[in-house]
Design a protein around this ligand. Sequence first.
Ligand SMILES: [Zn+2]
Length: 446
Amino acid sequence: MPLTYWCERAWLPEGVTDGVLVEIEGDRIARVTRGEPGGAERLAGLTIPGLANAHSHAFHRALRGATQTGTGDFWTWRDQMYQVAARLDPESYLDLARAVYAEMALAGITCVGEFHYLHHGPDGRPYDEPNIMGHALVEAAREAGLRIALLDACYLTGGFGAPLAGAQIRFGDGDSERWAVRAEALAAAYAGRPDVEIGVAVHSVRAVPPEHVPVVAEFSHRRAVPLHAHVSEQPAENAACVEMYAATPVRILHEHGALGPRSTAVHATHLTEVDVELLGRSGTHVCMCPTTERDLADGIGPARALCERGSPITLGSDSHAVIDLFEEARAVELDERLATHRRGHWRADELLTAATGTGHTSLGFPDAGMLVPGAWADLVSVRLDSVRTAGAGGEAAVEAVVYAATAADVHSVISGGRRVVSEGRHVLGDVGAMLARAIGRATERP
Ligand SMILES: [Zn+2]
């Protein structure tokens, strides 16, 4: 039985359209037509395709608020993050990730790119099932109603030429060959699951020596799956990289086959002109995470320049200081205004495309993020009558959503044909209580 929804207004490829009927068969959109509501279920406000959160570390959500006391920088924040990483086990990771992904669903996110490196037991020994932590993330996404691109990260060194230390020993497989064996088993476990993409990641050039990068790249090329990497988030990382290898992180990824249209450089904050050229020419996606980058005092990446050279831009909430892709989207433009003293670098529909179609493509779901027949049936409806958005719709509904709406204005989410959020409520119930319970458990002192 096809299900039909009537959208008061919908953001279609041709623009905002009033009175749109969207017919869904199974997990896909079957038809999109203009018409009267008839017996269809009504979706108020502006309906957009599902949002893609292209860069997430689910467990970082446990740090929200707690890391806002005192001073410091990226590196002091990282020490606090390692304390949470040291405590999680497969069960508490499932609880935490389920709650975090449910928070994402409430924000209109229908697919998450989970950059996963918390692989092994606290002493660094693999669990009996070496991918049990990854399985917990996939299960969490399924229960919360999201598709997932699980980006299995290779993480071998604690810094340039330094062994893993402390909590980092949970991240390492020893070498890239052993990483590949585990990643192959993970991919095999989800063959035939259309809602799960097993991609790969080079954690960063500080965690993966150049000679190991081709193994990860080969996995991505052979299986045609996404390859993500943290790139040049911090000036100190760039300086250490140049000192060690006489090359920037982007240059190393380029020379070892890790750039291209399937790849995503995450952050790309501190780049040389050559870096911008190499990323752009290769068609490498760049995932901006502005709320994390400002939270960690990283800096402002050259998003517009990258886009103009050929890098499609995507968005991620990364450390989950907030989970709100409208906030990420507008921050890309607003940060450039602060840096250049000029307005109007990005159109609102370009920013919404970064948050939807481009994001899904970078996660291995190129048939998502658009309200067209054949696409994944992801419909996200945003209120245009809340205290934040009332009166701002009119001819500028997309601008109102990108510049004024928050995650709290999402009132209905259909993800892969499945109703996940109705009237602002997640099908799993009270997500705030789920988060409080899971974070309490993940951060309690033994
Ligand atoms: Zn990250």
